[in-house]
Design a protein around this ligand. Structure first.
Ligand code: ADP
Ligand code: MG
Length: 398
């Protein structure tokens, strides 16, 4: 259903507008964002749309077509970390974070529709946060920059929902430009929009959602973060991003053996981001393939966050002639990406499906993606109205 019609059906009134924000896939730069490192995501064409209207009585009423249950009603003034459970914590947390930051945000009715798969490593959580943040700030007459919105949404996910994510997902959703990847330095938050248009190179980027749902909030993620921090402490640097690839052999020799693979992944991954970014800037997308595959090997062997399904996508796709493939997102399930020549894409899709059938894994959902547009206000049909215009590729915010 279109979000405005959904809003009318749930709340019996017209929404003031519809705001939308995309999910993302990360091309390269995994588990680097909490090491002050570099990431290179693209926004997906898949979007979360929030139809919304302001309320004068301080109530926040939340409904999602993609969640079971009816309307959740909360008092905006009573929002506090730990007070809201389930999916409603994401939008409620955003409202809480905006108010914490001193933005006068009052009550609202929100109806959510989305085609971003949930829990697939494609960042449906950030899409929901950013669409909500845009909706409620505009409803209440505020226009924070995109970078500020991303930081507030991340704070909401960390402090209100309780997921210790980095800044990548929210920045990709808030700040991306269609047809471009976003090269983000997570230390100083500078960003560059680099051309990413596989079709223009006769290529295709496939996403394979392997069906196994990751649980980012679980202990494995916290353990990797702790190991990274221990590595940085042992090396006397502020964060692992401060270790250059050329210093890696010496750094590894100085570390306890159990910290070495974790540090090696982060340092080599930052280097891979720099190399892929340089290739995109030079228009040499094809040459990025082997770096994606090397990134997967590092996540599988050194960082140990892959799983058999993700490994199988990579091996099957590579055997069928893909240029490169890797898991994307936090790992332990979720999705993989495959870079492939257009005329080999169908063969790769078949090979992956066959390999999953042989292994008796649930069939993955494989689909091509392009680099979508970042968040914005949308017309009823979900298309940006003319006056919204694309987000400026040159600046950091509006
Ligand atoms: P990912 O961000 O990779 O999809 P997360 O576990 O970070 O996975 O976020 C998924 C959670 O976000 C869901 O379990 C749900 O609570 C919430 N969520 C995301 N999209 C929606 C939606 N359209 N409606 C309701 N809740 C959503
Ligand atoms: Mg998420």
């Amino acid at each position: 259903m279109n979000p405005a019609a959904g809003f009318r059906a749930v709340f019996g009134a017209e929404p003031a507008g519809v705001w939308a924000a995309p999910g993302r896939v990360n091309l390269i730069g995994e588990h680097t964002d909490y090491n002050d490192g570099h990431v290179l995501p693209i926004a997906l064409p898949h979007r979360t749309r929030v139809a919304a209207a302001a309320r004068g009585d301080g109530l926040l009423r939340l409904h999602s077509a993609g969640a079971g249950g009816g309307v959740t009603a909360l008092r905006v003034a009573g929002l506090a970390p730990g007070a809201v459970r389930g999916w409603a914590a994401y939008p409620a947390g955003v409202v809480w974070a905006l108010r914490e930051a001193g933005l006068a945000v009052g009550g609202a009715d929100l109806h959510v529709e989305s085609d971003v798969p949930q829990g697939a490593g494609l960042s449906s959580s950030a899409a929901l946060e950013i669409a909500t943040a845009l909706a409620v700030t505009e409803l209440h007459g505020h226009r924070p920059s995109r970078a500020e919105l991303a930081a507030l949404a991340r704070h909401a996910e960390n402090a209100f929902v309780g997921v210790p994510c980095g800044i990548m997902d929210q920045t990709a959703s808030a700040c991306s430009v269609a047809g471009h990847a976003l090269h983000l330095d997570t230390r100083d938050l500078t960003l560059r929009h680099l051309p990413f248009d596989p079709a223009a190179h006769g290529l295709r980027l496939l996403v394979a959602d392997v069906g196994r749902r990751h649980a980012l909030a679980d202990g494995a993620y916290a353990a990797r973060r702790a190991a990274c921090e221990a590595g940085a402490r042992a090396l006397g640097v502020r964060a692992l991003r401060d270790v250059e690839a050329a210093q890696l052999p010496d750094a590894l020799a100085a570390l306890r053996p159990e910290l070495r693979p974790v540090v090696r992944h982060v340092v080599t991954e930052n280097e891979r981001v720099a190399r892929v970014a340089a290739l995109l800037a030079a228009g040499e997308l094809r040459a990025a393939g082997p770096l994606l595959t090397a990134g997967h090997a590092s996540l599988r062997d050194d960082f140990a966050v892959s799983c058999p399904e993700l490994d199988l996508v990579v091996t099957a796709a590579r055997a069928a002639g893909a240029l490169g493939a890797r898991m994307t997102g936090g790992g332990f399930g979720g999705s993989a990406i495959v870079l492939v020549e257009e005329d080999r894409a169908a063969g790769v899709e078949r090979a992956v499906a066959d390999a999953f059938a042989s292994a008796r894994f649930t069939a993955p959902a494989v689909f091509p993606v392009t680099a979508g547009e970042g968040a914005g206000r949308h017309g009823e049909g979900g298309r940006p109205p003319a006056e919204a215009g694309p987000f400026s590729p040159s600046g950091q915010g509006t």
